[in-house]
Design a protein around this ligand. Structure first.
Ligand SMILES: NC(=O)c1ccc[n+]([C@@H]2O[C@H](COP(=O)([O-])OP(=O)(O)OC[C@H]3O[C@@H](n4cnc5c(N)ncnc54)[C@H](O)[C@@H]3O)[C@@H](O)[C@H]2O)c1
Length: 247
């Protein structure tokens, strides 16, 4: 479905980003993965290549333009274009609002939201020049419901939806599609650092679908939003949460 497409995916060393990179590569894309965990990123790229797919690993922090530039420039110099950008890298440490420092608030926004400003400013000129492109931003279902201990996170993820909607309006004339996914409680390794098994089970019990929603479930919807199947859509936010929140 993405044969020979050039796809940039941030945060691809683990979790949802890894699943997106693997699925895209299995569909014929060249997956250019950036992560601050370079070793993990290389492992994913090598395993894609050894399975017959195309992938390249880049180490870098999405907060730093000087880290993003080589990722973008390498895609342009190697392939002459970027077809798909998935802004996925993000963090979700818990912190009570009254104990939160301004530095914690800023760090959350720098990683989850301002990173998209940096990346999009570097990628979009190439898409505008070709009058084609697909952007998928990863937000969170928590924006629709609110969540204690995550005020900084939920605010940043709301910003991602606002960015998606406004950018879609600005980029439509260039045939650039900008959409968003709000994942629910996804079973990733990082979950165990912030959520107990009991909490995860309680969330699942609130879903319509009585199974954990997996990174591959998100990757499949991301594939849809990155392919021609979604050519009539832009500015939209798709909830992939097993029917936890209906929005
Ligand atoms: N897992 C969930 O339940 C869930 C739910 C809703 C939204 N999300 C969102 O999905 C995205 C992926 O989350 P995940 O659950 O796969 O997490 P994860 O921790 O498994 O993966 C995130 C990846 O991003 C990378 N990363 C973090 N900060 C970075 C930075 N500054 N620069 C470069 N890379 C960085 C990490 O190294 C990691 O490989 C995030 O934006 C997250 O907010 C996740």
């Amino acid at each position: 479905m993405l044969k020979d497409r050039v796809a940039l995916i941030s945060g691809g060393a683990t979790g949802i980003g890894e699943a997106i990179a693997r699925l895209f590569a299995s569909q014929g894309a060249h997956a250019c993965i950036l992560d601050r965990d370079l070793a993990g990123c290389r492992k994913v790229a090598e395993s894609i290549v050894s399975a017959g797919g195309k992938a390249t690993a880049f180490g870098g922090d999405v907060r730093r333009r000087e880290d993003i530039a080589p990722w973008v420039e390498s895609a342009i110099s190697s392939f002459g274009r970027i077809d798909v950008l998935v802004n996925n890298a993000g963090v979700y440490p818990r912190q009570a609002f009254l104990d939160m420092s301004a530095a914690q608030w800023d760090e959350m926004h720098d990683i989850n939201l301002k990173s998209m400003f940096h990346t999009l400013q570097m990628v979009l000129p190439h898409m505008v020049a070709r009058r084609a492109g697909k952007v998928v931003n990863i937000s969170s279902v928590t924006f629709h419901m609110g969540m204690a201990l995550l005020t900084h996170y939920v605010a940043s993820k709301g910003g991602v939806i606002g960015l998606t909607r406004s950018l879609a309006r600005e980029m439509g004339e260039y045939n650039i599609h900008v959409n968003c996914i709000t994942p629910g409680a996804i079973k990733v390794d990082a979950e165990a650092k912030v959520v107990t098994e009991e909490q995860a089970q309680a969330w699942m019990a609130s879903q319509c679908l009585q199974r954990r929603i997996m990174p591959l479930d998100i990757a499949r919807v991301c594939l849809f939003l990155s392919s021609e199947l979604s050519d009539g859509m832009t500015g939209q936010t798709l909830n992939v949460d097993g029917g936890w929140v209906m929005h």
